[in-house]
Design a protein around this ligand. Structure first.
Ligand SMILES: Cc1ncc(COP(=O)(O)O)c(C=O)c1O
Length: 360
């Protein structure tokens, strides 16, 4: 559930949210010179929508389809730097047909949630990690980060918000099946797989359709000649198993540049290490190692992890024409459920934690 569930609440939620974001990004501390290297929450200009819409029915929400009545925009250009931030009615963007965003995909995005808690307060979950990731993506895309260094002449930072329903159409805690076909590659060493740029996502739709055609719901992205496991759909992947040394291990692939450094990934690693009950590893695993583990009945759970779904169990992998059952659901899934509860307790304020930032 995102902050400011639609209608007139949007502008206020955006104002509070943008103040939080500016602080998380360090924007509010900058000074205005002839070229503005930053912008300030106190300069915010607000224009309210004259046509506020009905709030959507919260029981019928789907993921990413409803938006609030307002948006935040901040323009940047090479001569003047950052302009003042504006909150205004949600509206279409207009740009020149030669704009490089359309042809070279010079853009980036971030996605995060705010949660209305049991106490009716609204919290964001580790927004500093999203802002750090956005900063890294901006540097790689040559878009202006807070210092305004850029190859682009014009740029627009905008924020849209809206309430969300379940990420997967099946809803709830249902397992998904994965197509693992090494002929498709999401990212590669030296590329931008670790940045949140649109160019990483558009080309995956064809592969996602291929997965659907073959009776699978998501794609398990493999990399290299050894068919190393990297990510699942738009989630990081976790394997909970007994390794060849007989140790109970939670494993996720390392941040080698091909993987998006997920906020949820980091949080599960942090929690697992804090509990100290099993080995927690950031290391590579190739398909043969996983298949051997499955054959020897050592794999307990496989699940994806991301902001949208928190954790998502996996029950089947289709690889080289063969379907492999993953016993995630038969095993509880104890760990995936524990992570889901622990994280959502923090996000909804049932457990206090310095991972949340109170919005209002
Ligand atoms: C490719 C990819 N991997 C992993 C994730 C999970 O990241 P996070 O936990 O920050 O949502 C996302 C979602 O943003 C993603 O797009």
């Amino acid at each position: 559930m995102a902050a400011g569930a639609g209608a007139g609440a949007g502008a206020r939620a955006l104002r509070i949210l943008s103040r939080q974001l500016f602080q998380a990004h360090g924007f509010s501390n900058g000074s205005w010179r002839s070229i503005s290297t930053t912008f300030k929450a106190s300069d915010l200009q607000i224009e309210h929508s004259k046509h506020p819409r009905e709030k959507p029915d919260s029981n019928k929400l789907v993921f990413g389809k409803s938006f609030s009545d307002h948006m935040l925009t901040v323009e940047w250009n090479a001569e003047k730097g950052w302009d003042k931030p504006h909150i205004k009615p949600l509206q279409n963007l207009s740009f020149h047909p030669a704009s490089s965003v359309l042809h070279y995909s010079i853009e980036l995005f971030e996605g995060m949630k705010a949660f209305r808690g049991a106490d009716n307060k609204i919290r964001m979950f580790r927004p500093d990690l999203n802002m750090e990731r956005m900063h890294r993506s901006a540097l790689r895309a040559c878009l202006p980060p807070s210092l305004g260094v850029s190859r682009t002449n014009h740029a627009l930072l905008f924020v849209i918000i809206g309430p969300v329903g379940p990420y997967f159409a099946t809803g709830g805690f249902n397992p998904v099946s994965l197509l693992a076909d090494p002929k498709f590659v999401r990212a590669w060493k030296g590329g931008v797989g670790d940045c949140k740029m649109g160019g990483n996502y558009g080309p995956t739709i064809y592969v996602q359709n291929e997965a659907l055609k073959q009776g699978c719901q998501q794609v398990l992205w493999l990399y290299g000649d050894k068919h190393e496991i990297t990510e699942v759909g738009t989630m990081n992947i976790f394997i909970y198993w007994k390794n060849e040394q007989g140790e109970v291990e939670l494993l996720t692939p390392p941040l080698d540049g091909t993987i998006l450094p997920g906020v949820t990934r980091q949080s599960l690693l942090d929690l697992g290490r804090q509990w100290g009950e099993f080995k927690v590893s950031e290391r590579g695993m190739a398909m043969p190692e996983l298949l051997k583990g499955l054959q020897e009945d050592r794999v307990k759970e496989i699940f994806g992890a991301g902001t949208a779904c928190v954790v998502c169990p996996v029950d089947r992998i289709l690889y080289q024409g063969q379907s492999y059952h993953i016993p995630t659901m038969e095993n509880g899934p104890e760990l995936a459920k524990r992570f889901l509860k622990e994280l959502t307790d923090i996000q909804y304020g049932r457990t206090s934690s310095d991972w949340t930032r109170l919005v209002i």
